[in-house]
Design a binder for this molecule. Structure first.
Ligand code: ADP
Ligand code: MG
Length: 589
């Protein structure tokens, strides 16, 4: 085929493909335009999950009628003049492409009026071709109607998911923008029902309830952290509230929803050793940094950014989240299911539980049909902790030891009820924190063994161990190569005196093999966690009263006493309140 210039129509459709992927992308672009126009109130109406209709009406500054035609043409924007402006940009849009793109793949109608004009104007665009401008009487602001999205791009149409899925994407997007802009009034409806409505009173937690339900919203920890002109606000879940995937990690950077893997991993590092393997937190974080520090022009839909100083941002996010987590990690209460009562509370009930939770628009926030995000999200959330006790201390209260049961758990009494402590998990935590503390001080006392222990390993494991010998030495292990695939353990950390050194070494290498190349900066903590797991007292091991007491005291002294280094809980709390209810001493008279 000869080389030809594409017709402008085809070129536009191809370009539109980058920006407009699905109905939710249209909603995102239109929302951003309304926000850029300074709207205080934004009303979104969708039909058939946005496939048939998306209408976004705002009370922003409007578009002068003389500029309306320009607004819908490609590379037309009022938001920047020079490419340099990108680094001081405070608007969400800048590419001048959204309206043109939407217009080339739908039937688009823009109606708008500015303050100083008596009348408004309306312009229709069909398949990229603008019609005639007409005068209309209307209020100040802009209404954009997008009908029959992709009607002229049947291939795209086929890629759209079921209405339920497309609708969920829109719900989730609008809710997150509402959360990012709590001072604006958002209303989302599907023509029949109001799906989401916010008051614009600035209360983020009320909007959070629309996203996750009242019960979960109540438990989320608030973050407010400032440093050298950067500001991080928002919510992160306590360690007891997790998901099996990363989908609930939400970041806004300077008011823009972005998907940034480095921010996600900064956040996950903050949860390091606090969550079970394969579990992820729920977070909605808003980062504000100087526009010059971030390049927003690296992705057609503006969904990704690049930082000038990524390490700095990374560390700021990680430290802020970690601090919030450590300041508050409640002891998991015993799950009601253990008592033969309800399992995870179904979402509808969950939402109604919060009677004391003051949300003016509770019923209107997600008027809950089955497709609303509330119900769909809720079912996936693990609520291991139906009744969190709000306590501002990460530490555990002073506990009075009662004894050991099944040679596995310690029983203790605290100011608010009964505590069951898993001796193995607790000891793991104690050893881990002691070892890491010594490691930070660069002073891990090592104890020489009277008789060195010899360990022979399979070749692969041996070479792995060989590569990690320097790290082991840091931790007070003195291990030497002693012939082919054989090692001699001469000393171990004093902390572990009395345990079997060769078993520990074997266990370490076994775990190494299962790992896909651990990151160097994580390897030390991982190693420490492994050694501690191996060296900790086991379930089924009888402890003397003295040992039990020491363990409890040591646990009380830990920074994160409530979980083992692998994220499992070290204790279960049966509050006085719960005991009273279980025994029918409360409420039933
Ligand atoms: P961009 O947002 O990147 O500038 P768009 O194609 O989204 O590009 O919009 C083009 C222009 O139309 C904007 O720069 C703005 O001047 C105007 N515009 C679009 N939507 C609105 C709105 N809701 N209110 C006021 N002006 C708008
Ligand atoms: Mg725009």
């Amino acid at each position: 085929m000869p080389i030809r210039l594409l017709s402008s129509e085809v070129a536009s459709q191809i370009a539109a493909g980058e920006v407009i992927e699905r109905p939710a992308s249209v909603v995102k672009e239109l929302l951003e335009n309304s926000l850029d126009a300074g709207a205080r109130s934004i009303t979104i109406t969708i039909e058939s999950a946005g496939k048939k209709l998306i209408e976004v009406a705002d009370d922003g500054s409007g578009i002068p009628s003389a500029e309306l035609e320009l607004a819908v043409s490609r590379h037309a924007t009022s938001k920047l003049v020079r490419a340099d402006d990108l680094f001081s940009i405070s608007t969400l849009g800048f590419r001048g492409e959204a309206l043109a793109s939407i217009g080339s793949v739908s039937r688009l109608t823009v109606t708008s009026r500015v303050e100083h004009e008596q009348e408004g104007a309306r312009l229709q665009v069909e398949g990229g071709k603008p019609g005639k401008l007409t005068k209309v009487g209307t209020t100040v602001g802009t209404t954009v109607r997008v009908e029959d999205l992709f009607y002229n791009v049947p291939a795209r149409l086929k890629f759209l998911k079921a209405d339920v899925t497309e609708r969920r994407a829109i719900d989730s997007l609008v809710t997150r923008y509402a959360l990012a802009y709590p001072d604006k009034r958002f209303k989302l409806s599907d023509g029949k029902n109001v799906i989401l409505q916010t008051t614009g009173d600035g209360d983020r937690r009320a909007i959070l309830a629309a996203l996750y339900g009242v019960d979960v919203a109540k438990q989320m920890l608030e973050i407010l952290s400032e440093e050298e002109g950067s500001r991080l606000t928002g919510f992160i879940s306590p360690t007891s509230l997790t998901r099996s995937n990363r989908k609930e990690l939400t970041f806004f950077i300077n008011g823009r929803w972005v998907h940034d893997t480095s921010l996600s991993s900064a956040l996950l590092q903050a949860y390091h050793t606090l969550l079970m393997v394969g579990r992820y937190p729920l977070t909605t974080l808003f980062l504000e940094i100087h526009p010059a520090e971030v390049d927003v022009n690296v992705h057609p839909a503006k969904a990704e950014v690049r930082f000038r100083n990524q390490d700095k941002v990374f560390s700021f996010v990680q430290r802020s989240a970690r601090k919030a987590l450590l300041a508050y990690s409640p002891v998991p209460n015993i799950a009601p299911s253990l008592w033969g009562t309800a399992h995870i509370v179904p979402s509808e009930t969950t939402r109604q539980v919060g009677i004391d939770w003051d949300i003016a628009h509770d019923e209107q926030l997600f008027a809950g049909d089955d497709q609303s995000p509330v119900s769909s999200h809720q079912s996936e959330i693990t609520t291991r902790q139906p009744e969190v006790q709000i306590s501002s201390f990460s530490t555990i209260p002073l506990l009075r030891l009662i004894g050991q049961i099944g040679a596995t758990y310690l029983v203790a009494e605290g100011p608010d009820g009964l505590y069951l402590v898993d001796q193995h998990a607790a000891h793991e935590r104690v050893l881990f924190e002691k070892l890491m503390a010594q490691h930070v001080m660069k002073n891990i006392p090592s104890q020489t063994l009277l008789t060195p222990a010899a360990v022979t390993l399979p070749p692969q494991a041996a070479s792995l161990l060989l590569s990690q010998l320097p790290v082991l030495r840091h931790f007070g292990f003195d291990v030497e190569e002693f012939g082919p695939n054989t090692f001699q353990v001469r000393a171990i950390p004093a902390l572990f005196m009395g345990s079997d050194p060769s078993a520990a070494l074997r266990a370490l290498v076994e775990d190494f093999e299962e790992d896909e190349t651990p990151l160097q900066n994580e390897i030390e903590a991982k190693l420490a966690a492994r050694v501690c797991k191996r060296m900790a007292v086991k379930a089924g091991q009888a402890l003397s009263a003295e040992e039990q007491r020491t363990l409890l005291n040591d646990l009380e002294a830990c920074d994160s006493p409530r979980t083992c280094p692998h994220g499992r809980p070290t204790m279960i709390h049966l509050s006085v309140d719960m005991l009273e209810r279980q025994f029918g001493r409360r409420g039933a008279r």
